[in-house]
Design a protein around this ligand. Sequence first.
Ligand code: CMP
Length: 139
Amino acid sequence: AIERTFSIIKPDATRRNLTGKINAKFEEAGLKIVAQRRIQMSEAQAKKFYDVHAARPFYNDLVKFMTSGPVVVQVLEGEGAVLKNRDIMGATNPANAAPGTIRKEFAESIEANSVHGSDSLENAAIEIAYFFAGSDIVG
Ligand code: CMP
């Protein structure tokens, strides 16, 4: 089925001017960027977005990292978009990411791993609604 998933190009990637190269990976795989905005995340936004990780030892560093520079929030649309995007991104830890994936090619570390992608269709809807109004998304 045609799905929508939520994506973030993280500060390590915007810092190295990799937005276009990462977007090319999405488009080459058949995902369409149907909404996109470059923002500076506030501490409150980052904390809320990553609330599910609040008890993890890496939470405070993660919030610091995600607010350390601009991010690009996006909605990606396509056949099986949630799983497809996770394939394009590769494993969370770039050391375990498959060749050709975004994280293998671009990520600096398990934290500075260049992209976020929703892990389920349900979370995709929640994450999209957190950053975009329906009228921002043009399919
Ligand atoms: P993301 O897919 O956005 O979800 C949680 C983020 O926490 C992850 O990508 C990484 O940027 C960051 N992170 C930092 N350390 C870890 C860790 N040990 N395990 C998982 N995620 C981590």
